[in-house]
Design a protein around this ligand. Structure first.
Ligand code: PLP
Length: 412
């Protein structure tokens, strides 16, 4: 959905240089068509196998994005009460919401129960006890899955790998049967599923399949023991191509692989993709402020910074950076840096870059996931706006913050 026509970079049918000129920079821009295509790649590939694609809200939680997915029929994977609030505001169906996370608070569990969510992915026995007690008070019965830790190496950045026994997530798969057994004491809970999520930005799906096989075997044993297991929740994690020419796993092929393995069991399948739905569907637009050279090093100083997109600083992540208008100038090897007062504030390092001059616009690609959601007001920088493109039209789905927003709720 992002490509050049002549020398101008487009999102769908919108020339991004014109858009940048109108909304200013930095600004996030998302392609609605790309988001829906990615969602439908999951949903369609499941075919007649009972399934729910629960979009992982934490990847991009803007109301405009959630509303698009809610209208397309998506479910949602939430990790906080705030995310549930957003999903409900965006018109999401609480009956298709799963609540994940290792540290759900009493208030959050209560809010989720009162909202009538589909189920909880539980990560400890104390959490089961809490949900049971609160559900009993409401006279409700609610489904749960234990999030098992299958001890599979997702082969990704250590900060986003979650499925090894050393990680804080889930309950060791070897202990799971005993936990399900003890959960029979909870009158307000029903053991309806088994869940796992082994990490993010996984480029080789074989660890995901390895985890599936372990979870599938566990589900079969649990059913033999009389637990009413109806679904598997396989989490998210499918990676996207951040490098030019990199090959991301094909969504449909991955789902087909899940489908063929699960079909026999009669279980329904849930998945919780975040990055693979919104990541490639977004760019961060920025404008060159200055060019400078310190010794041998060339710098392109832009108006977007680590507070807008922290992935390069936090994970040393790579994002392609392209000009919104191609220039005939020869490329230059440079660091692309923002205005924040940290040496770690960079968008690219020692990169062969288009020779962009002050005033020129650039697009930081594949920024739709874990971009805006991880942005902050560090250095008292107002957060960027977000724009949703559909065909040849676009609309601002979040306004740029103004200085007054920076001090809301503060007092002298
Ligand atoms: C983060 C997360 C996801 C989404 O992961 P992606 O890599 O963005 O697809 C899904 N489920 C859980 C429990 C998560 O924590």
């Amino acid at each position: 959905m992002f490509s050049y026509s002549q020398n101008d970079f487009y999102c769908e049918h919108v020339a991004l240089a014109d858009l940048a000129h109108q909304v200013g920079t930095p600004a996030y821009v998302y392609s609605a068509t790309a988001i829906l295509d990615n969602y439908r790649a999951y949903a369609t590939a499941f075919g007649d196998l009972p399934h729910t694609v629960c979009y992982a809200v934490k990847a991009n939680s803007s109301l405009g994005v959630l509303s698009l997915l809610a209208k397309a029929g998506a479910g949602f994977d939430i990790v906080s009460g705030g995310e549930l609030f957003r999903v409900l505001r965006a018109g999401g169906d609480p009956g298709k919401v799963v609540f994940s996370g290792v540290g759900k608070t009493r208030d959050e569990v209560d809010y989720a129960l009162r909202s009538g969510i589909h189920s909880f992915n539980c990560e400890s026995e104390a959490e089961l006890a809490l949900i049971d007690a609160l559900a009993a008070r409401l006279g409700a019965k609610v489904g749960f899955s234990i999030r098992v830790n299958p001890d599979v190496d997702a082969v990704t950045h250590p900060y986003i790998s979650t499925g090894l026994s050393q990680h804080k997530f889930g309950i060791a798969i070897a202990d799971a049967e005993a936990v399900y057994q003890r959960s029979r004491q909870y009158r307000s809970l029903a053991a309806e599923g088994v869940s796992c999520h082994i990490g993010s930005q996984i480029l080789d799906p074989s660890p995901l399949i390895e985890a599936l096989d372990k979870v599938l075997a566990l589900a079969a044993r649990l059913r033999e023991q009389g637990h009413p297991i109806r679904h598997l929740d396989l989490g998210g994690g499918l990676g996207v191509a951040y490098h030019e020419g990199e090959k991301a796993p094909d969504i449909a092929a991955y789902v087909e692989c899940l489908r063929s393995r699960v079909r026999e069991s009669g279980l329904a399948v849930m998945v919780e993709p975040g990055r693979s739905i919104v990541g490639p569907a977004g760019v961060l637009l920025t404008r060159v402020l200055y060019r400078k050279r310190n010794g041998a090093k060339e710098f392109i100083v832009v108006d977007a910074a680590m507070n807008d997109l922290i992935r390069p600083s936090l994970y040393r992540a790579h994002h392609e950076i392209v000009p919104l208008r191609r220039t005939p100038l020869p490329p230059v090897k440079a660091d692309v840096v923002g205005p924040v007062c940290e040496t770690g504030d960079f968008l690219a390092r020692d990169r062969e870059m288009p020779n962009a001059m002050p005033g020129d616009y650039l697009a930081v690609r594949t920024a739709g996931a874990y971009g805006f959601v991880l942005s902050s007001n560090y250095n008292s920088r107002p957060r960027a706006p977000e724009v949703l493109v559909e065909g040849d039209t676009w609309r601002v789905i979040r306004e740029r913050e103004v200085y007054e927003d920076l001090i809301r709720g503060e007092s002298l």
